[in-house]
Design a protein around this ligand. Structure first.
Ligand SMILES: [Cu+2]
Length: 151
């Protein structure tokens, strides 16, 4: 076996390890649980009950389950909205910025929001307070469409 082949093999192995990041994490987690269980067994019952009550009140939703509310930006350029489809959390303020050299508008198909004509580098913002799907278009060029999904 050539040394180069061996090195290549090692690299591939390393990559495979990196790809298997999730299962490795679970294994690690499993070990911690085992340790915790042993440690918990030595505690008196009232302490255990108090701990159970405490932990059951903690939120279970992981950060990755839902996008965080904040700000999102959509660029208007070359007669298109980018990204054309965007998913944001309830409470997010979406700002459209016209980076095109011609004027555009941002108009909700269902009449939820409507911008004035936005010239180059002008912005329009709308805060989405309710979950739903919000299709929109440019009233100057109705073929320009986009969609904001709020969840
Ligand atoms: Cu337009």
């Amino acid at each position: 076996m050539h040394r180069q082949d061996y090195e290549q093999g090692k690299k591939i192995e390393q990559r495979q390890l990196n790809n298997n990041f999730k299962p490795r994490k679970e294994t690690r987690k499993g070990r911690i649980v085992t340790k915790k269980t042993l440690w918990l067994a030595s505690l008196p019952a009232p302490v255990l009950i108090a701990m159970l009550l405490l932990f059951s009140g903690l939120p279970r939703v992981k950060a990755s389950d839902q996008p965080a509310a904040g700000n999102a930006e959509i660029k208007i350029d070359n007669f298109s909205f980018g990204p054309q489809n965007i998913t944001v959390a309830v409470g997010t303020t979406v700002t459209w910025v016209n980076r095109d050299d011609i004027p555009h508008t941002v108009v909700s198909t269902d009449g939820v929001f409507k911008s004035k004509v936005r010239d180059t580098d002008e912005k329009f913002s709308y805060t989405f307070t309710k979950a739903g799907t919000y299709p929109y278009f440019c009233s100057v060029h109705p073929k320009m469409t986009g969609q904001v999904v709020v969840q």
